[in-house]
Ligand binder design. Structure first.
Ligand SMILES: Cc1cc2nc3c(=O)[nH]c(=O)nc-3n(C[C@H](O)[C@H](O)[C@H](O)COP(=O)(O)OP(=O)(O)OC[C@H]3O[C@@H](n4cnc5c(N)ncnc54)[C@H](O)[C@@H]3O)c2cc1C
Length: 416
């Protein structure tokens, strides 16, 4: 069977679904393919930065997820057992200044419902893009495997929103321009009961020499823990018993040792995230463009992946919608100009986030005593100056906002 549409979006993550919504709000027709049917996204993209919150508000989706978000007011870093940085997001002079925790299935279903109510978006799920349709040197859609067999989706433009291992990127020949940089560590994610004595409105980072862990409040009331391990070190860690993981956790958070022993009984209670960044030089080829993780995979520091996927969607939609208005004879040229403008617009912000993340990664991995002492000094200097904190965090947290003279009320609600 052949389906015809204006935009074929491959991938139903935050980027793909936000793009579909932004496009139907502009009156365009979209077919979205998602290879997985329902759920299965535990441990993924729960932290949404203040800029992501602002973008969701702009799409009228924030209202829909209200009641499912958990606001975070502080970021606390402890190094070598003492607190060296305590960032108070609330003191920042932005309309959207608090990051929130938001489970990805809730976000995805809110985006889908909003697009569905507008009309104009067909979601094929499960449906996997397995090939590109190419005509006269330009991509004209995809071939997809669905429950009913193989279908063709013919489109003026195809969007690869299919994540960090993007098949669209590979099939379109854009992998050649992609540079994948493995970072020095991977992360093991796990969930624990939330400690009664801890502030539920704080992100915590604990550092000890070259090791660190992230401790984040989750919307399900648990504590989401990300423990760093050396790149490829999982096999070695797994060759021992799970007690090794408990011990590693206890080095950073001794108060969690008992909870970990009770809650994490085996490796199946953990989830590994292979950490790398991908810098794709060309985000588009004739008839096809990449967004989100497919165009730029980031590390988990400061919860940037979801934010950039949303920002890509919001930036790309009006450019595509404008180009689709062009007469058929000039449409491919107009779409080519639109996707080039999109990359030009978005790439600097992605680069700034990646730079900030890589600097943080390097700071976290300093193991030698003098270097660790210097790190503590840097955090203490930062701690003493809210203005400096703002300057450091602005590229990642507040890129689309101008500081005002006084703090305005936060725009999301605290879930208790
Ligand atoms: C363990 C973990 C924890 C994370 N935590 C955070 C966090 O706290 N905050 C944050 O901002 N980011 C986090 N991230 C990163 C974040 O999840 C991603 O950056 C974000 O989801 C990117 O959105 P996306 O839409 O570009 O891609 P994805 O969310 O990866 O979505 C891509 C979608 O495409 C589908 N797909 C792939 N191939 C095909 C195909 N051929 N046909 C059809 N569909 C296809 C996939 O099934 C998937 O649903 C985390 C990631 C992981 C793995």
């Amino acid at each position: 069977m052949t389906i015809r549409t204006e935009v074929c979006v491959v991938g139903g993550g935050p980027g793909g679904r936000a793009l579909a919504l932004a496009l139907v709000r502009l009156g365009r027709r979209v077919v979205l393919l998602e290879q997985r049917a329902g759920g299965g996204r535990a441990f993924r993209g729960e932290s949404v930065s203040p800029d992501g919150v602002r973008l969701l508000a702009g799409l009228d989706v924030l209202e829909r997820v209200r009641g499912h978000t958990h606001e975070v007011h502080r970021l606390e870093i402890a190094d070598g057992g003492s607190r060296v940085l305590d960032v108070r997001f609330e003191s920042f002079p932005y309309a959207y200044r608090l990051p929130v925790e938001l489970a990805q299935p809730v976000l995805l279903s809110a985006l889908t419902r909003a697009a569905d109510e507008r009309g104009g978006c067909t979601v094929l799920e499960p449906a996997s893009a397995i090939g590109l349709l190419v005509d006269a040197g330009a991509v004209r859609g995809v071939r997809a495997k669905t429950a009913d067999g193989t279908e063709e989706i013919r489109a003026d433009v195809t969007v690869g929103a299919d994540g960090r291992y993007s098949s669209v990127r590979r099939l379109a020949g854009l992998d050649h321009s992609a540079e994948r940089t493995p970072l020095e560590r991977d992360v093991i994610w796990l969930k624990l009961p939330f400690p009664a004595a801890w502030d539920r409105r704080a992100y915590r980072v604990r550092i000890s020499a070259g090791r660190h862990g992230l401790f984040l409040p989750s919307t399900d009331g648990t504590l989401r823990v990300g423990l760093n391990i050396p790149k490829g070190g999982l096999r070695e860690l797994r060759s021992g018993d799970i007690g090794q993981l408990h011990a590693r956790l206890a080095e950073l958070a001794p108060e969690l040792e008992r909870e970990a022993a009770e809650a994490i009984l085996g490796w199946s209670d953990t989830h590994l995230l292979d950490i790398f960044t991908t810098d794709v030089r060309r985000w588009s080829a004739p008839g096809v463009v990449l967004i989100g993780d497919a165009a730029h995979t980031l590390s988990p520091i400061l919860g940037q992946g979801v934010n950039h996927a949303l920002a890509d969607a919001v930036a790309l939609a009006p450019l595509l919608a404008g180009a689709l208005e062009a007469p058929r004879s000039g449409r491919q040229a107009a779409l080519g100009a639109a996707v080039a403008a999109f990359q030009q617009d978005r790439e600097p912000a992605v680069r700034r986030s990646r730079g900030l993340q890589l600097r943080q990664e390097r700071m976290f991995s300093l193991a030698a005593a003098p270097a660790a002492a210097l790190r503590r000094t840097v955090y203490r200097v930062l701690n003493a100056s809210p203005a400096l904190q703002r300057r450091v965090l602005a590229p990642a947290y507040f890129p689309g906002q101008r500081p005002g003279p006084a703090a305005t009320p936060a725009r999301t609600e605290q879930r208790t």
